[in-house]
Ligand binder design. Sequence first.
Ligand code: BGC
Length: 421
Amino acid sequence: MKSSIEKESETSTKKFYWGASTSAHQVEGGSDNNWSRWEYENAERLATGADKKWDAATQARFMEMHQSKNYISGAAADHWNRYEQDFDLARDGGHTAHRFSIDWARIEPRKGVFDTEAIEHYKDVVKALRKRGLEPFCTLWHWTHPKWLEDEGGVLAPEFSMRFAHYAHMMVDALHEADPEIKYIMTLNEPMSVIPNQYWRGVWPHKKRGVGAVLRACRSLAEAHVQAYRAIKIVTPSVEVGFTEIIASFVPRNENSRIDRKMVYIAQRANLRVVDLTEGLFDFLGVQYYHQHSVGLGKKTVHSDVQKSDLGWELHTEGLGHVLNICSAYDVPLFVTEDGLADAEDAQRPQLLHDHITEVLNVRKSRIDVHGYFHWSLLDNFEWDKGFWPRFGLIEVDYKTQKRIPRKSYGIYRDIIKENT
Ligand code: BGC
């Protein structure tokens, strides 16, 4: 174990990366994977169900939620063809790094058959980032995989981890050939978003639901990470391998209730299940923060004074510091690999950027090893089962013309980066 003084001096001297995140399926367009198939099967249902899901004001603001085409990723933000232009914007926005993901379905469209053109494309992506001085942070599985694997059971398929490790080490080897300096690879994105939505609530592409499926999915994803970690380390030992997890900040409804505090502990441990299962086998952890949940037996506290995003998610700055503190227990470098909100008018994003980055920098001053901040997201994108209407981008995308329009927040983030570098 390093002493806190050693950690403090390391933390202050190590490079801090500034950037934004994207994911392949949400921005590239032209996907043909487990999710795109699910979209076609569910678009109509999602469109007709929107009136029950959202309040009248939200429905009136975002009329497109009632149209089935909102739920089909289709051309998305056409980032597959426009990545150079998008990376120019990231560089001009002062970013020093960029997090993107690879769509496994493009790489291995048929079992055991690898598409060399798709591999070349992602090699070019990495080169394009490096050329612009943007450190590439690559995620290998941001929830999408080939349809043949979904037909075998997806995350619960007996071969999932083995197949993933094979694709992972092969892909990292290719990226390393394109950019021998490549350093940061994330195997999985947020197991704890997929597991509850897919195997508990059953609202995302899934095969099975229930406690058994949840537990098996935890084990399968942990195993996939571990096998990929080992395979990548053998082939490309210079690379740091981690994964990202969504970490909610749980708080007791009643501070004075032992039961509520115990429930907070249980919820937090459940949230960290995959991290715990893989402890010791990740070189860094990507922390992704969006929610604070009050947990306990009493009535849910309604914070009428708390601001909410377009999706109705409450904004609690202190939660970000809280989750970074929790994750510091793993004693590995941390990166905030996602943090942001749906805010079409860009009314609250400037304040969120300011408050959340201040929180991160304060946490860093208190000797917690945080090495980067990546805003979600660089561009507006396809928000999974909600489709296109939630707008998360520093840069607005006009989906009719694919024009990029930097929001006020884009410039504000650039100024914050400048001030802090
Ligand atoms: C996911 C993103 C998603 C964002 C906003 C994160 O949990 O990694 O893909 O768009 O949250 O919902």
